[in-house]
Design a protein around this ligand. Structure first.
Ligand code: ACO
Ligand code: OAA
Length: 371
């Protein structure tokens, strides 16, 4: 038996949800650049789950279904109020809340195709209400009920801030959601597939995936990027800060990727958005420092920014608290996780690889008196 550390390069399943071929990312065959420029997040969810872009009528009925399911049982917020709300990370709160949401879905254990699709709609519709509700509650405010007349992106910002967002913020947020929606067999998606391949339920799959996304080597990197920028704080500190980190063999958050070695195709969109939005809020310092960091890390390490690097300053410029960056990634990626979960159920086989044993040779039990 031979081991490939971190399963690098191992093809573990077939999938038609998204592809990364020659550094190009597609969702169901549509290039990410075209989707980022043109598609609403609702269209992308529909595409990922149904394999085709919706017609006008299909989109209308799908959007109405999502809007109709956006409210969450009051018990979810009652429980949240009992969390040690100011001490928990929002990703930990989200993980618990999604698990709890499964308790209030009386069809959670029903496993047929239609039931699972309906659960996907319910989960996707409710996750923004949970993330924004958590933020409201920890700020001492009441959650704001969803507004059915707003788009998915606009409604998220509305439930977060309590005011109807401006067009530029909605456009930027929608684009960020589209760019994060799916990404082949990344760690959290693989986690979701492993979980449901035991024929466990959809809520278990999404709860497991949230746990995997939380780590700083995966989705947690966007918050870590902002923390790094805040630590550095001044453009003249970029060089000494990075020099010290590299000398200490620390990872620079937001750089490198397991699959892309010539750059992440999503990063350029987020870089452009970061430039525009930091300028709108008069905080170009963060964008300028990000460019400095990119130049130095590329020169010194040959590493390029991934999706998490510029999304940090995009979300910061939208006035979003830094520890909500990863939950927002989860709001978007839930669409991809659900697409993979539905695909896994449709052609399931238990996922159970082997481990190469490197422990002690076989030996005999020694009684406790003789040890
Ligand atoms: C949405 C996402 O999940 S995108 C990824 C988000 N994560 C991050 O941004 C965290 C920082 N980046 C990393 O830790 C890595 O690049 C990962 C986790 C993304 C990919 O990891 P792997 O494919 O396992 O690469 P691995 O960690 O083995 O790195 C290979 C080499 O490049 C170096 N390297 C990789 N990324 C970085 C980085 N960000 N900063 C410094 N060095 C790095 C490693 O130290 C290693 O060097 P070595 O061979 O001298 O030991
Ligand atoms: O694919 C990966 O390994 C990580 C990533 O970029 C993502 O999940 O968007």
């Amino acid at each position: 038996m031979t081991t490939t550390r971190g399963l690098e390069g191992i093809v573990a399943t077939q999938s038609s949800v998204s592809s990364i071929i020659d550094d190009e990312l597609t969702y169901q065959g549509y290039g990410i650049d075209e989707l980022a420029e043109n598609a609403s997040f609702e269209e992308v969810i529909y595409l990922l789950w149904n394999g085709e872009l919706p017609t006008k009528e299909e989109l209308k009925s799908f959007t109405e279904k999502l809007a109709a399911e956006a409210e969450v049982p009051e018990e979810i917020f009652t429980q949240m109020k009992a969390y040690p709300i100011n001490d928990v990370h929002p990703m930990a709160a989200l993980r618990s809340a999604i698990s709890a949401l499964g308790l209030f879905d009386l069809d959670a254990e029903k496993m047929d195709e239609e039931e699972n699709y309906n659960k996907a709609v319910r989960l996707q519709a409710k996750i923004p209400t949970i993330v924004t509700g958590f933020e409201r509650i920890r700020s001492g405010k009441e959650p704001i009920p969803p507004n059915k007349d707003l788009s998915f992106a606009a409604n998220f910002l509305y439930m977060l801030n309590g005011v109807t967002p401006d067009d530029l913020s909605v456009e930027a947020f929608n684009k960020a959601l589209v760019l994060h929606a799916d990404h082949e067999l990344n760690a959290s998606t693989f986690t979701a597939r492993v979980c449901v391949a035991t024929l466990s339920d959809v809520y278990s799959g999404i709860t497991a995936a949230i746990g995997a996304l939380k780590g700083p080597l995966h989705g947690g990197a966007n918050e870590a990027v902002m923390n790094m920028l805040l630590d550095i704080n001044e453009p003249e500190e970029v060089e000494p800060y990075l020099r010290k980190a590299l000398d200490n063999k620390e990872k620079i958050m937001g750089f490198g990727h397991r699959v892309y070695k010539n750059g992440d195709p999503r990063a350029k969109h987020l870089r452009d958005m970061s430039k525009q939005l930091t300028s709108v809020v008069n905080e170009t310092k963060w964008y300028d420092m990000s460019i400095q960091i990119e130049e130095m890390i590329t020169k010194e390490k040959g590493l390029l920014p991934n999706v998490d690097f510029y999304s940090a300053t995009v979300y910061h410029s939208l006035g979003i608290k830094h520890d909500l960056f990863t939950p927002i990634f989860a709001v978007s990626r839930t669409s991809g996780w659900l697409a993979h979960i539905l695909e896994q159920y449709a052609n399931n086989r238990l996922i159970r690889p082997r481990a190469e044993y490197v422990g002690p040779d076989k030996r005999s039990y020694v009684s406790i008196e003789s040890r």
